[in-house]
Design a protein around this ligand. Structure first.
Ligand code: FES
Length: 192
């Protein structure tokens, strides 16, 4: 019986030794796997952060867009309104060839182009050209803007002139505009 007990005790000792070896083996393998996690996981986590957080995407840069034909602009300087189209991109999707805004264009001397965003800098309504008054006018709160330079008229609630945009003629008959929207309700011209 004593022998049996001894055998049992020895068997237990042997089992404990095996368990310890198994435990060490397990910890070693787990450590290797976790090291792999660290190596592989870093770019995965970084990628997830870009996908999950749209603010990490690069900001939109204004770019020149083809907006009109030069011969669509009267040589007497009467402004014409044109929509501006581009691919619209948000954090998740691209929508090709969507209307992203509108501009008034005027042909000046030597085919120079004057361009204004149609958004009223006061609170964002759309301005109209008034042929009789020869100015731009916003019907929401009666802001008037000079045809020549977009300056707001006396009594206009807009805190700044119309937002001018860079424009140029390319390939003899194409009018390209560096289109951008700006914040409304502020005196400073800041990109929206
Ligand atoms: S939004 Fe144009 S005057 Fe107020």
């Amino acid at each position: 019986m004593a022998e049996e007990n001894k055998g049992i005790e020895q068997g237990n000792d042997h089992g404990a030794g095996e368990q310890e070896a198994d435990r060490r083996d397990f910890l070693q393998k787990a450590g290797s796997v976790c090291a792999g996690c660290a190596l592989v996981g870093t770019p995965v986590v970084a990628g997830m952060a870009v996908v999950a957080d749209p603010l990490r995407l690069p900001p939109d840069d204004p770019e020149f867009l083809k907006v009109a034909k030069l011969d669509a602009l009267p040589s007497d300087g009467t402004p014409q309104k044109f929509v501006v189209k581009n691919d619209k991109i948000d954090a998740w999707s691209r929508f090709p060839d969507r209307v992203i805004g509108a501009v008034y264009l005027r042909r000046l001397e030597n085919n120079e182009i004057q361009a204004f965003n149609v958004v009223c800098p006061h609170l964002g309504c759309a301005i109209n050209y008034r042929e009789e008054q020869h100015d731009y006018f916003c019907p929401c709160h009666d802001s008037a803007f000079a045809l020549e330079d977009g300056e707001q008229g006396p009594g206009s609630p807009s805190a700044r002139p119309l937002d001018s945009l860079e424009a140029e003629v390319r390939n003899e008959n194409e009018v390209w505009v560096k289109f951008q929207n700006f914040q409304t309700g502020v005196a400073e011209k800041k990109p929206a």
